[in-house]
Write a protein that binds this ligand. Structure first.
Ligand code: CMC
Length: 428
């Protein structure tokens, strides 16, 4: 059907123009609804509402398909690098070898932070959550880059894009270093983006950091898998903040905050904590699953379910295929991996999960990998943020390039008190 729809209410009729998608859900344009009928739509959680048109990422949640700019995630994860994927998301096409070399060079030039930012990081208390520190770090980065805050100046936006991508590994690694009280390392120009990130996180001034190519490859893949996911909670937040003409640093910092919640990116931390607790309590998969199915318990199987995927999350499928190989040297993580595999098997054959089409999402297995690599659980979501940054930037730039852009300002249906008179405090 490529026809418009008609909305009828009493004597009022409104034609809702058909909006055709390149693939996936088509839509209806309801922008004249309020002016014509005096009424608004109500859609909690935006389950049915497209907040924008976008040419960046496509998901078919029923088929388990994810594409960046048309390229299947499986091809990018196995063949591209993270910076190549970032370029694709931000500029719309795969870079040539020269374009990629130029991009890598510019990003590498911006990994070193202003020295005073290191002082700032020293102020955070030991044990502060790295997502709080990362969000503050991105805001501070904006304060140190006051000459590229204007969202209407293309050259400034380009500089801020490179500055953010270049500085993010340093900011994320310093968030980790400050939480564990270790000295901060400086980035090195001779290292790649991911190599630098690993050395900034795990290197110390007292010993040479040995780079493991298998770990570098794993992180290239993991960051690519997280790089964009269309209009999820943090991306919608980035666009919402950006819509007010707030600068790009403020928007990215807001994205980090939205991502930190356990229903979104914070689920990777929550999954590991769930597995550790189950192991400590000696609870078997079946008993735990009964708790999950009992709505009164408030217990969820973290790392399962997704608003859009009603099939296996393709990102989880790719991660699962690497998990065995990456964890084979870690006996501790293998015990948790066995438990995760058991939970997945139990869930996938359980009527509750089948009926609701609940499958493992990207966060179900990532925590196990991060833990095996030595990251503490509360740092996992910062890794998600590092991966997601190019997607947020691409979405922010797409929003700003749209000539029909409007400030995001939802309506409401008011259900509070109607007008009443003020009562002086002595008479209440
Ligand atoms: N464990 C148990 N029941 C669940 C779960 C779960 N993980 N996820 C959904 N359900 C149930 C939910 O209770 C509801 O049941 P009923 O129809 O009886 O009320 C039904 O499945 C539909 O779920 P919903 O909460 O209406 O779905 P949603 O689209 O609003 O929420 C979600 C999606 C991801 C927030 C949710 O599935 C969830 O809380 N999952 C656990 C947290 C998690 O893993 N989050 C990471 C998401 S992927 C990474 C990212 O991009 O953020």
């Amino acid at each position: 059907m490529t026809e418009s729809a008609t909305f009828k209410h009493g004597d009022t009729e409104l034609e809702l123009p058909f909006v055709e998608a390149a693939q996936g859900n088509d839509g209806y344009d309801i922008s004249k609804l309020l002016a014509t009928t005096g009424n608004v739509t109500l859609d909690p959680g935006f389950v049915n509402t497209a907040s924008c048109s976008s040419a960046i990422t496509f998901i078919d949640g029923n088929a388990g398909v994810l594409q960046y700019r048309g390229y299947p995630i499986e091809q990018l994860a196995s063949q591209a690098t993270f910076l190549e994927t970032s370029y694709l998301l931000i500029y719309g096409q795969l870079p040539t070898a020269d374009e990629l070399a130029d991009f890598e060079h510019k990003v590498s030039d911006r990994m070193l932070l202003d020295e005073r930012m290191r002082e700032l990081y020293r102020m955070f208390p030991r044990g502060a959550h790295p997502m709080q520190v990362l969000s503050a770090g991105i805001m501070a980065l904006g304060a140190f880059n006051r000459d590229n805050l204007d969202p209407h100046d293309d050259a400034q936006v380009e500089e801020a894009t490179l500055r953010l991508i270049g500085s993010m590994p340093t900011l994320a690694a310093y968030a980790y270093k400050s939480s564990v009280g270790e000295p901060f390392m400086y980035p090195q120009k001779k290292l790649s983006y991911v190599e630098n990130y690993l050395r900034l996180s795990f290197g110390t001034p007292v010993a040479e950091y040995e780079i493991d190519p298998a770990v570098v490859k794993a992180f290239e893949t993991l960051f690519i898998l997280h790089a964009d996911h269309e209009q999820n909670c943090s991306t919608a937040t980035v666009r919402m903040v950006g819509s007010s003409d707030a600068n790009i640093y403020a928007s990215m910092s807001a994205g980090v905050n939205a991502l930190s919640g356990p229903l979104h990116g914070g689920a990777n931390q929550a999954v590991l904590e769930m597995l550790v607790k189950l192991r400590e309590d000696g609870l078997d998969a079946k008993t735990f699953m009964n708790q999950v199915k009992d709505k009164k318990s408030g217990v969820k199987l973290m790392g399962f379910g997704h608003r859009v995927y009603k099939n296996y999350d393709p990102r989880a499928r790719i991660i699962k295929s690497h998990v065995d190989e990456l964890l084979r040297n870690s006996s501790k993580s293998n015990a948790l991996l066995d438990l995760a595999l058991e939970l997945e098997d139990t869930a996938l054959s359980d009527e509750y999960f089948i009926e609701r089409k609940l499958y493992p999402n990207v966060d179900f297995y990532t925590g196990l990998i991060y833990e095996a690599m030595g990251f503490p659980a509360n740092y996992f979501t910062a890794l998600f943020a590092l991966g997601r940054l190019p997607g947020w930037i691409a979405q922010w730039r797409e929003e700003h390039a749209d000539p029909k852009r409007k400030i995001g300002r939802p309506r409401q249906i008011y259900i509070g008190e109607t007008e009443r008179d003020y009562v002086p405090i002595t008479e209440r």
